[in-house]
Unconditional design. Structure first.
Length: 153
């Protein structure tokens, strides 16, 4: 909060929901506005699986006895990739179905981007990031770089 330049008189809430912390923070802000609890808020996330090895921080000796004794608690430690495979198997979602959905999703996003719809939703900012050589460099974040218009089945 302080590093982002938000004043100390503002309230702040941290959310750790692993792969969906950013989504949860935006949903929490939207719900608080809708409920009339707040007039304005900032919701965002900083998940970066390429820069942080979450498995490295899950040292088995550091896990409490309560987690070790509860299957449900242990299941919370299953990586998202394994979880997605388990859910697909449980509900009979084939790889072909997933690929078709992904292909369609990229096509829709590419179309929205071509019409300028995505760009209007992004507030540009400048930040620091590590380049491929591990050096810090200034970058401008002003577009969704996840679009892959060349996606095919």
């Amino acid at each position: 909060m302080f590093l982002a330049g938000i004043p100390h008189r503002a309230s702040c809430q941290g959310i750790n929901r692993l792969c969906s912390s950013g989504l949860q923070s935006v949903a929490s802000i939207a719900n608080a506005i809708k409920a009339g609890d707040i007039d304005i808020g900032i919701g965002g996330g900083v998940e970066s699986m390429s820069n942080f090895d979450m498995a490295a921080v899950l040292a088995p000796e550091g896990i409490s006895e309560a987690v070790k004794k509860s299957e449900s608690a242990r299941n919370c430690l299953i990586p998202m990739g394994v979880t997605s495979e388990n859910v697909a198997e449980k509900f009979g979602v084939t790889r072909e179905t997933q690929d078709a959905f992904a292909c369609s999703s990229h096509a829709k996003a590419t179309n929205a981007d071509k019409q300028g719809w995505l760009q209007s939703e992004i507030t540009p900012y400048t930040t620091q990031a590590k380049d491929k050589e591990g050096e810090m460099t200034e970058v401008r974040v002003d577009r969704d770089d996840g679009l892959r218009p060349q996606t095919t089945m």
